[in-house]
Structure formats: structure tokens, C-alpha cells
Design a protein around this ligand. Structure first.
Ligand code: GDP
Ligand code: MG
Length: 440
């Protein structure tokens, strides 16, 4: 999609005059690309109209960069499609918050429940999971397994067949035990069946959720529109989680879900692992969808950590400089964040093979040994670009100090060098970072 839109914009810049005809041709191409990305036909049509309204050829001064104006308005229109302009619901401290999950079978409810529970547990909340799925054999076992792995208390039953009863009892128990956040997982069916919706309504009536989260598989393409509509009609959807965005999902499903429900996307699922849950943000999401890479997401993530050193690092990165100390600080941040591969996945140009090779536990172990290496370096070495270590004596000293083998330190330095190259490209006045925000 990105290539096609970029191609279209390139072609536009070769046009001798940018007039309505050129704009129409461009919009045709862009809309075709959006349809290919599973964006709903109706929405694509609306986007075309909106862009045409915004880009008024007569009113644009001849000096303005029309290509940029058009690009910006397409980008903004796409962003507004995934942003309903509603502040998403958030659990409040000092209150017993109840959240109910709904969605078709296989959409990723049970997986996402645990991810969300772990997310808020990490934020210091007392979180409990209730399994109100009595439809799928093994549903309780699945939730139990996930919850145990994340050390999250759970409630369910092997004998009770009535999901409404389980939901009621589970919520009552967690309430009594003063839990801050109680998450109720429900059953799905293969189709949007009457029974499913009736059951959902009954559970909702029994537990009175503060927020109902609609979970949708991001890979279902054009079907997203009707599915989201069907759910919207029978439950009061508060927020949306789009799952499987690590696979072949092209982003159109997410856009349709927001359009059909008018509710905000709060998270996206990016894998089967517990930490594979990203806070949703419109601009990085659309950038990524257009193949622009998710540098702004990376920057946000790093900034979100609020660590003392990170301002220096961001300043350095903006200048295109990347010292060993920057790498150490960044790796420290990443260690707090979870698996390395996730963050790396936000980097444009990162190959899938490279990501696959980074197993979560392996990378954590590796990161720890890297920290020992950094600890054995002098301040001067840390503030350098690492070239000093071409001197083998120096390398040997650090190896001895850290207990890490020389070849591994060399591998670390090589990785640092690659990062440095990337940062050089990103930073500086002509770097990618400065181009990242098309509105700027
Ligand atoms: P439920 O029926 O709605 O409860 O769905 P599950 O939570 O059981 O998930 C169905 C399948 O999708 C499982 O194999 C999950 O591991 C997988 N899954 C869920 N979320 C994601 C995701 O974000 N990415 C990927 N790749 N797989 C996911
Ligand atoms: Mg389930």
C-alpha cells in the first residue's frame, strides 16, 4: 500500500501542472490502494470527497507545495478514520472496575484478556479474570493456564454450565476481595448467532460492566464492517481491541471497526505472547499502514518510559549521534519494556528473519550480559562510538572485567555500529525523523 501511494505521489510531482485532473488521477490511485488494504468501500469514497474538499486548487497559492498539501490531507483523513474523537474509558483507581470482553470465537478474547490484565497489574492494580465461556470445551483451562503464567487470580467452573451464573459469582467474589479491575471473558461462536448475542446481553445485564471491549481479528478484511455492526447492535461497545496485527492484517479492518461502532481502538494485539499488546495511537498506526515505518511509535515508547537519561538520548538521536551509552540506556529501557523483538519490530527496514531470531528469553539473557559489558567500560568508552575497541587490548580488558567472551562483545559492538548507521539516517536535518511527521 505504502509503495503504491508513494508511487502515486511521485508521479504527481512529475506532472507539469497540478490541477484537478492530476488530483483526480492521484486520488483514484490512492483509493485503489486503500481498497486493497481492506478499507471499506464507503469509507474510501468518503475520504475521496473529503480530500477534494480540502484541496481546493484555486485557493492554493502557486507557491505552496501541492503535493505536500495533498499528502497531508490524505494522511489526516486516514487518521481521523481510526480516531472517533472519544476519550477511551480507563479503569480508575479506588473504584472496582468491571470490564467485559465480547467478540467472535477465535478473535483473540481470552488471549487479550490476559494481556490486558497483565498490563494493568503492571500498573499496580489488583486484577482478576473471570471465565464465563462455557461454550468452548477447554475454555476455562485455557484461561487458567494464561492467568497462572501471568500470576493473575482467576475464577471459573468445570461444573456450572450457566455462563451468567459464573460471571455473577466470579464478579461478586472479586468484588468482595477488593479487586480494582475485574475482567470477564465471554464465549464466542463461529458466527454472529442469535444465541451468542442473547448470552452476551444476559451477562452484561448481570455484571453491569463499566466498559465492554469488542475484540476483532484484524485479518478478516472487508468482513470487519458487518461484524462490528452486528456487535454494536446488541451490546454497548465501549472500546475496541484489534488482534493479530502482527500477521497479514492490512489495517482496513481496524478502520471499519471504528467507523461501524464509533468507539475508539485502545490496544492492538501483535502476537500470541503476553506482552504483545500495544497501546493504540492513530498517527503511528496509519504511518505503519502506509509503510512509513513506526519511528514515531518508537520515539513515543521510549519517551513514555520517562527515564532520566532518555532526554539526552533523544537529543543525540535527533543529531544523528549514537554512543555506546545511548545503546546501554536504550537497552535498559527495553529490558523494562519486555521482549526486545517487539520494539525492534517498530523500526522500519527491520527484517522478519532478524526478528524471528530474537527469542524473548534468549534476548533477556543476552541483554543482561550486555549490561555487564557496559559496566566494565570507562566513561570515555561509553561516550564513544565504539571504534576504540578496534584495539584488542581494550577489548580483552572489558572481556575480563565482564566475564563475557570477546566474540560476543564484538557482536555487541557490531550491533551498536548498525544502530549507529540507522540513527545517522534517522537524525539530522535531512533525516527520516524530520520527515516522519508529514504535517510538520
Ligand atoms: P477467543 O476464542 O476469542 O478467546 O480467542 P483466543 O484468545 O483463544 O485466540 C485464538 C487464537 O488467536 C489463539 O491461537 C491465539 O494465540 C491467537 N491470537 C490471539 N491474539 C493474537 C495476536 O495478537 N496475534 C497472533 N498472531 N495471534 C493471536
Ligand atoms: Mg476464549
Amino acid at each position: 500500500l505504502g509503495a503504491r501511494i508513494n508511487g502515486a505521489l511521485q508521479a504527481l510531482s512529475k506532472e507539469p501542472v497540478i490541477d484537478d485532473k492530476a488530483l483526480d488521477a492521484l486520488l483514484r490511485e490512492i483509493c485503489g490502494a486503500l481498497l486493497e488494504s481492506d478499507v471499506n468501500v464507503r469509507l474510501v469514497q468518503q475520504l475521496r470527497v473529503n480530500v477534494k474538499k480540502r484541496v481546493n486548487m484555486e485557493e492554493l497559492a502557486s507557491s505552496t507545495n501541492k503535493r505536500k498539501v495533498i499528502q497531508n490531507s490524505v494522511f489526516d483523513e486516514l487518521c481521523s478514520l481510526v480516531d472517533p474523537g472519544i476519550e477511551p474509558w480507563q479503569p480508575r483507581k479506588g473504584k472496582q472496575n468491571i470490564v467485559m470482553f465480547v467478540g467472535l470465537q477465535g478473535s483473540g478474547k481470552t488471549t487479550s484478556c490476559t494481556k490486558l490484565a497483565a498490563y494493568y497489574k503492571h500498573k499496580g492494580m489488583k486484577v482478576g479474570l473471570v471465565c464465563a465461556d462455557t461454550f468452548r470445551a477447554g475454555a476455562f483451562d485455557q484461561l487458567k493456564q494464561n492467568a497462572s503464567r501471568a500470576h493473575i487470580p482467576y475464577y471459573g467452573s468445570y461444573t456450572e454450565a450457566d455462563p451468567v451464573q459464573i460471571a455473577t459469582d466470579g464478579v461478586a467474589q472479586f468484588k468482595k476481595d477488593k479487586f480494582d479491575l475485574i475482567i470477564v471473558d465471554t464465549s464466542g461462536r463461529h458466527k454472529q448467532e442469535v444465541e451468542l448475542f442473547a448470552e452476551m446481553e444476559q451477562i452484561a445485564a448481570a455484571v453491569k460492566p463499566d466498559n465492554t471491549i469488542f475484540v476483532m481479528d484484524g485479518t478478516i478484511g472487508q468482513a470487519a464492517d458487518s461484524q462490528a455492526r452486528a456487535f454494536k447492535e446488541s451490546v454497548d461497545i465501549g472500546s475496541i481491541i484489534i488482534t493479530k496485527m502482527d500477521g497479514h492484517a492490512k489495517g482496513g479492518g481496524a478502520i471499519s471497526a471504528v467507523a461501524a461502532t464509533g468507539s475508539p481502538i485502545v490496544f492492538i494485539g501483535t502476537g500470541e505472547h503476553m506482552h504483545d499488546l500495544d497501546r493504540f495511537s492513530a498517527r503511528p498506526f496509519i504511518s505503519k499502514m502506509l509503510g512509513m515505518g513506526d519511528i514515531s511509535g518508537l520515539v513515543e515508547t521510549v519517551q513514555g518510559l520517562q527515564l532520566d537519561k532518555n532526554e539526552d538520548m533523544m537529543k543525540n538521536i535527533a543529531k544523528g549521534v549514537f554512543t555506546l551509552k545511548d545503546m546501554r540506556d536504550q537497552l535498559q529501557n527495553i529490558m523494562k519494556l519486555g521482549p526486545l523483538s517487539k520494539l525492534m519490530g517498530m523500526m522500519p527496514g527491520m527484517s522478519p528473519e532478524m526478528l524471528k531470531s530474537m527469542d524473548a528469553d534468549e534476548s533477556t539473557k543476552k541483554l543482561r550480559s550486555y549490561m555487564c559489558v557496559f559496566d566494565s567500560m570507562t566513561e570515555g568508552e561509553l561516550n564513544s562510538d565504539g571504534k576504540l575497541f578496534d584495539d584488542e587490548k581494550r577489548l580483552r580488558r572489558v572481556a575480563r572485567g565482564s566475564g563475557v567472551r570477546m566474540v560476543e562483545i564484538q557482536a555487541l559492538l557490531m550491533q551498536h555500529g548498525q544502530f549507529g548507521q540507522m540513527v545517522k539516517k534517522m537524525g539530522g536535518p535531512n533525516g527520516m525523523l524530520s520527515k516522519m511527521n508529514p504535517a510538520a
